[in-house]
Design a protein around this ligand. Structure first.
Ligand code: ARG
Length: 494
């Protein structure tokens, strides 16, 4: 018997292919089977389905395959699974599988189950990238590197300071993922089509078997909401953006123009014509993926905009964007972790890059404020004038400052002369950084403490992830035990 019944004649092949989600359902097939198991367990437990019927259905479900063979024509895996059960067990038995549930609550539930795994995997890979950044900070954190604004050298910083900046952005990505997890991990089952059902399925029992920590309260919301998909895509997009900025810096810093980093060959590719090339292709793809992930977010938002309640097949079109984005961002994060861990800074290049380029000029201005009574704006102008002379004449700033400070400062109402040694000390990048006094600043003395705090962040992420994973494994186990227990009640010859 065709489970679509006789209400409609067959759809055209083209219409079926156009509306089918079979090609994408492989991602949630395992979860769809689990949802069917939990629902059947609840039906039997409530006495809504005869135990012997339930046992046979459960036996079918415990042996059902989540592999979708190519070429199967069906609206979706939900329908395919039920059809297979009907073909195998007969409609008098398998015809109870969908009693009190709908594909609408079933698909929303299966998506959330797969999504919570994807979110944990993403958060775990972000933590690995963070650990790679800390590994670099530990090894090479004290190296001074140019800090940029407007992609012009701005002020020297420690390499650790720069790495920590990326770390902290990723830390917020992890925190967002974990907050998102709590909202994903709510069960829509029992919503049925959208009104709930007169069939006495205990929603909390089903949610517990499926490892959810609570219920989507309203049945119509349960069947129609996809904001968790949009929120996941948003988190994925923010993470992808963060990763793309890091990727871009790996590309720039490993170019011969910068020459600050040597990348491991494992993450580079050569050219088919130019034998000398070493292209940072992995970082290029990671940079590009941010575009694809954002595309997925935009697509999902556009599909959901103004969609009337409750379920519409439009919702089906959101799901593939979700998986693609989660996978893309996770791969990008994971590969960048390897790239960061295996890159080596070129210390000679970096140390010459922070010397004598005027990037500590603000230190001289601050000295004039602190020791000589200028306002900051006056001191800024005095040093700005010295920098202009240095740029015009090609003489290094410290030389110009030693010879011209007295004249220039006199023009601003106070004649200050400093000897060359004092000026060199003020402009020296290491001493400049040693004076940084603010929390979170680039003072090398702070590295150890800052590193320590961040190592604790990574450890705490890892432990919250393993807690959640353990809870999911435990509920899977409980579901399997429940399902197998019932399935074993099938008598031979039954
Ligand atoms: N394939 C559908 C999806 O992914 C499942 C729900 C279909 N529901 C329906 N009423 N046609 O959204």
């Amino acid at each position: 018997m065709d489970i679509r019944g006789t209400r409609l004649r067959k759809p055209s092949d083209e219409a079926l292919a156009f509306t089918s989600s079979m090609a994408d359902d492989g991602r949630i097939a395992r979860q769809v089977i689990s949802v069917n198991m939990a629902h059947m367990a609840a039906l039997v437990r409530a006495g809504e389905v005869d135990r012997r019927v339930g046992a046979k259905c459960m036996k079918f479900l415990t042996g059902a395959s989540s592999e979708i063979p190519p070429g199967v024509k069906s609206e979706d895996f939900h329908q395919q699974l039920e059809q297979e059960a009907v073909d195998l067990l007969g409609v008098e038995t398998a015809g109870f599988l969908n009693y009190g549930k709908s594909r609408n609550d079933q698909v929303a539930t299966a998506i959330r189950m797969e999504l919570r795994e994807s979110v944990l995997v993403l958060a775990g890979s972000i933590a690995e990238l963070q650990a790679a950044l800390l590994g670099q900070a530990k090894k090479n954190g004290a190296v001074l590197v140019p800090g940029y604004t407007h992609l012009q050298r701005a002020q020297p910083v420690t390499f650790a300071h720069h790495l920590f900046a990326h770390f902290d952005a990723l830390q917020r990505d992890v925190e967002r993922a974990l907050e998102l997890y709590a909202r994903v991990n709510q069960s829509p089952m029992g919503s049925a089509a959208m009104a709930g059902t007169s069939v006495k399925v205990d929603r909390r029992y089903v949610a517990g078997l499926l490892g959810f920590s609570g219920l989507v309260r309203n049945a119509m919301d349960g069947a129609s909401a996809r904001d968790v998909a949009v929120e996941s895509l948003s988190c994925a997009t923010i993470t992808a953006l963060d990763v793309s900025r890091l990727a871009e810096e790996l590309i720039l810093w490993s170019s011969s123009e910068f020459g600050y980093l040597e990348l491991a060959d494992a993450y580079a590719a050569s050219s088919s014509i130019m034998p000398q090339k070493k292209n940072a292709v992995v970082a290029e793809m990671a940079r590009a993926k941010a575009g694809s992930v954002l595309g997925g977010l935009v697509a999902a938002c556009a599909i959901l905009k103004a969609l009337p309640y409750s379920y519409n097949l439009d919702l089906q079109e959101v799901t593939p964007h979700l998986w693609r984005a989660m996978d893309d961002v996770t791969s990008a994060v994971r590969l960048l972790a390897g790239m960061v861990a295996s890159a080596s800074p070129r210390k000679e290049r970096l140390s010459s890059a922070v010397q004598g380029d005027g990037s500590t000029a603000v230190g001289l201005a601050n000295h004039l404020v602190r020791e000589h009574g200028f306002s900051f704006r006056q001191a800024h102008a005095v040093v700005g004038e010295l920098v202009r002379i240095s740029a015009d004449t090609g003489a290094p700033l410290q030389e110009v400052a030693a010879s011209k400070l007295a004249n220039v400062s006199a023009g601003f109402g106070k004649r200050v002369a400093l000897d060359r040694r004092t000026i060199e000390a003020i402009l020296d990048p290491a001493r400049f950084l040693a004076k940084v006094a603010t929390e979170g600043g680039a003072n090398p003395r702070l590295i150890a403490k800052e590193l320590d705090a961040r190592q604790r962040d990574v450890a705490s992420t890892r432990s919250s992830l393993s807690e959640r994973k353990a809870a999911l494994r435990a509920s899977e186990q409980k579901l399997r035990t429940t399902a197998m227990g019932l399935a074993r009640e099938v008598k031979s010859g039954d």
